[in-house]
Design a protein around this ligand. Structure first.
Ligand code: MIG
Length: 765
């Protein structure tokens, strides 16, 4: 790490404090009273952020005063002391030290002898080389009880303490075990929670970085990166909710999806032709499994050429899609970034003519090898390339495709890694693969999102494998190639929760597992978890056992149906939570700690999660287990299956045979549901079912057309439902959407009341 030396002088200009050190320069930028940026221009004076779009700084009161060995700056929420050596310490208003740079030195693990290394190599072990020193190294003090959350799709348990991870978007299908350092995504944001308080920290640098979460030394965690700038945001807040609202203020939020995107989705690598696809569709209806989407994996293409389809497998794609749509299904097609290098193929030709593909440092178009064989890679950092890519979606849109699934966009290359010095651009600026690698999937998703939005005017549905902080504005994501293993079902919970805590809230795993062969029991337990993941898709690898719901016999089929129907019943609740996510950045699927930051037991709760504020899910994720050890935070809860009222603040055992996923509803809440249908929109959604739990509750419910952006112009309905003194009433907060409910069915315990819906309802129950 660079030695900055003593602080020589500083100056304040607008919201920026400029710092002159003996051996370098630094900047402190006050973004808001709860967000401060720490910056040093190792590469450039500009941030060049891909995550943060537009100017975020708002006019904020702050003071700057000299202190011994540095300066102190204060906003209404943060006190920061900037010391010699550009060591920065953050305190809250009560003086609690939340985030101080550690003064301790790292001890290099490179003290290993040559003989030691030789032995390790002989046995086939990797040597932890290259992790010893970094141009940019930030060390932050850690207290003994401190926990870390976020960091994206990383492996392991919920609390990231004691792990080391690398941010370098990586496609590696080997089973993702706890020691895997890099998966597909780069979300360099973490939340620290300790007895003294919470804070968030976002390291906005796209180069390969390493996070060592107090694994090397229990006294500090460190972040190291070679390349880019020293550029991080300190985020203050009272609790995890405030931190996430502020983080998503910076990097953006998941926009409301089209309603159908919340339905159940079925995929396989691949449904090989039209009759395969139609058969899956027919079986969904035949076996009465609600389903909205069928995915077409790479084999639908002609020789893996993107934006084409194989006429042999799908003689007329438009007709196939029409047949699906007649049965109530949307089709989503996969699109890879690798464009087949073949003259006469229009996507290749147009991209070559316009010079849209990445070049080697010698100026030649770079050829890699992916599914189509020799392939070229669009330089997605440039706007004109993104626009061109977006326009290419005219083809799938003309076939009637409803959404796009972006794969392989780490980017993956079969034979070797792409060269570090491959020329890529960040808009007009020449950059390298090393800098742009981790935002390749982000830029591709942005291209897809903007293309679909322009072509359809609807809320685009995009799924991606690789992404960067801020990608939530453009795309949903799945966790890539998991395996049909119990350990991967277990990991799905913390993995999806941490993605949500990293801003990527519309996420899911391959339900049933991608690689390997799932078992009937694992399938049943996985769907019991999977229906709660915002993105709900069953997907499976080539040459692996078929894993559609009917492939495991009647018992599993019945369980599958029961839970997918539960998903469909809960769609109004899901949609409400998506709206909250767009408004405040709160994830839909959350770890308990998000709702109960004071509850120490929740800090390490890996096998339960919350859906929004009111629903707690405690699934069985162990083979052969028929009992679940359930923990409920303080307060009263209702067992969703039996209605039994249970006092929380304790752990107890719930009988949970294969067909039972324990679910609990918080006392004094309401749960909106609907009658499950075969697909969303099969029947008009005109009856709201509302279940009341407890004697005093208020709940906000949101509806809109579920399709386009009219809601942003006020075309939505927002109701506040109130239950007090035995009476239910409605307070209309916004009355802008014409699609109104006709009926309401109120439920409380074993009482049910049906009524015609209107804005002035008052019902005794
Ligand atoms: O090299 O498109 O993660 O979901 O089925 C494999 C084929 C490429 C990897 C994705 C997976 C997809 C598969 N793809």
């Amino acid at each position: 790490m660079k030695n900055f030396g003593k602080l020589l002088s500083y100056s304040v200009e607008k919201n920026i404090i400029r710092l002159e050190f003996e051996f370098g320069r630094g900047r402190i930028e006050i973004i808001r009273d709860d967000i401060i940026n720490v910056f040093s221009p190792f590469m450039s004076e500009e941030h060049y952020s891909k995550a943060i779009e537009g100017e975020k700084a708002v006019k904020t009161e702050f003071s700057v005063t000299p202190v011994k060995g540095g300066i102190k700056t204060e906003t209404a929420k943060i006190t920061a002391i900037i010391n010699d050596g550009f060591l920065v310490d953050f305190y809250d208003k009560n003086g609690a030290a939340l985030c101080r740079d550690s003064r301790e030195e790292r001890i290099s693990p490179e003290n290993m002898t040559e003989e030691g290394k030789r032995q390790l190599l002989l046995e086939g072990h990797a040597i932890n080389e290259g992790y010893t020193d970094f141009d940019i190294l930030i060390k932050k003090e850690v207290s003994p009880e401190e926990c870390f959350y976020g960091l994206g799709d990383k492996t392991g348990v919920l609390n990231k303490r004691n792990y080391q991870y690398k941010m370098w978007n990586t496609d590696n299908p080997a089973p993702h075990v706890d020691t895997f350092e890099a998966l597909y995504k780069t979300l360099p944001f973490l939340i620290s929670l300790k007895n003294a308080g919470v804070y968030g920290i976002f390291f906005d640098n796209t180069f390969a970085s390493v996070f060592n979460m107090a694994k090397e030394n229990p006294n500090f965690y460190w972040y190291g990166v070679n390349g880019g700038n020293l550029d991080y945001y300190y985020i203050a807040g009272e609790n995890l909710k405030e931190i996430l609202t502020a983080y998503t203020f910076l990097t953006g939020r998941v926009p409301l999806p089209q309603a159908w995107a919340l339905g159940y989705q079925q995929s396989r690598f691949s449904y090989m032709n039209e009759s395969d696809v139609l058969q899956v569709a027919d079986n969904m209806r035949k076996y009465d499994i609600p389903c909205d989407v069928i995915h077409l994996d790479i084999d639908y293409m002609d020789a893996f050429k993107v934006f084409t389809y194989s006429k042999k497998a799908f003689p007329n794609m438009k007709k196939t899609v029409k047949k699906l749509s007649d049965k109530g299904f949307k089709a989503v097609t996969i699109i890879d970034p690798g464009v087949k290098a073949e003259e006469g193929y229009s996507v290749y030709d147009s991209g070559i003519n316009a010079k849209y593909f990445c070049k080697t440092k010698y100026g030649r178009v770079y050829n890699g090898t992916v599914w189509p064989g020799k392939s070229v890679f669009p330089d997605f950092g440039r706007k004109e390339v993104r626009d061109w890519w977006g326009e290419n979606h005219k083809a799938p849109i003309s076939w009637g495709i409803s959404g796009i699934w972006n794969d392989m966009n780490e980017p993956a290359n079969f034979k070797t890694a792409l060269p570090d010095d491959l020329v890529m651009h960040d808009e007009g600026r020449k950059a390298t693969h090393l800098e742009m690698h981790n935002v390749y999937g982000h830029n591709m998703s942005k291209a897809t999102y903007e293309g679909l939005k322009k072509l359809t005017g609807k809320r685009p549905f995009v799924i991606t494998r690789a992404c960067y902080a801020g990608s939530q504005k453009y795309t949903t994501a799945w966790t890539g190639d998991n395996t049909s293993l119990w350990s991967h079902l277990q990991m799905a919970i913390p993995q999806l929760c941490n993605l949500g805590l990293s801003g990527m809230a519309f996420v899911g795993t391959d339900i049933g597992g991608f690689g390997g062969d799932t078992t009937p029991e694992l399938m049943a337990r996985w769907i019991e978890v999977g229906i709660f993941s915002p993105l709900c898709r069953n997907h499976c690898a080539k040459y692996r056992k078929y894993q559609e719901p009917w492939c495991f016999g009647d018992e599993v089929l019945n369980i599958y149906r029961k839970y997918v129907k539960l998903r469909y019943a809960l769609l109004p609740y899901f949609y409400d939570n998506f709206r909250i996510c767009e408004q405040k950045g709160y994830p839909i699927m959350r770890p308990l700690i998000f709702n109960y930051p004071e509850d120490k037991i929740c800090r390490n709760k890996n096998d339960e999660f919350m859906l929004g504020e009111n629903m707690l899910v405690a699934p069985v994720v162990e083979q052969g287990e028929e009992y679940k050890k359930v923990y409920l935070p303080k307060g009263n809860w209702y067992d969703y299956h039996t209605g039994e009222k249970i006092a929380g603040g304790k752990t107890f055992v719930r009988h949970a045979p294969l067909d039972t996923c324990p679910i609990y509803i918080k006392e004094n809440s309401m749960l909106p549901t609907c009658e499950p249908t075969a697909f969303i929109g099969e029947k008009p959604n005109d009856t709201l079912r509302l279940e009341i739990f407890g004697e005093k509750a208020a709940y906000e419910h949101y509806t809109d057309n579920g399709t386009d952006f009219a809601y942003r112009n006020g075309e939505y309905n927002l109701y506040e439902f109130i239950y007090r003194n035995g009476e239910f009433s409605v307070n209309v907060k916004n009355d802008g959407y014409a699609g109104k409910y006709k009926n309401i069915v109120l439920k409380k315990g074993d009482k049910t009341v049906k009524a015609a819906f209107n804005n002035n309802l008052k019902i005794k129950i």
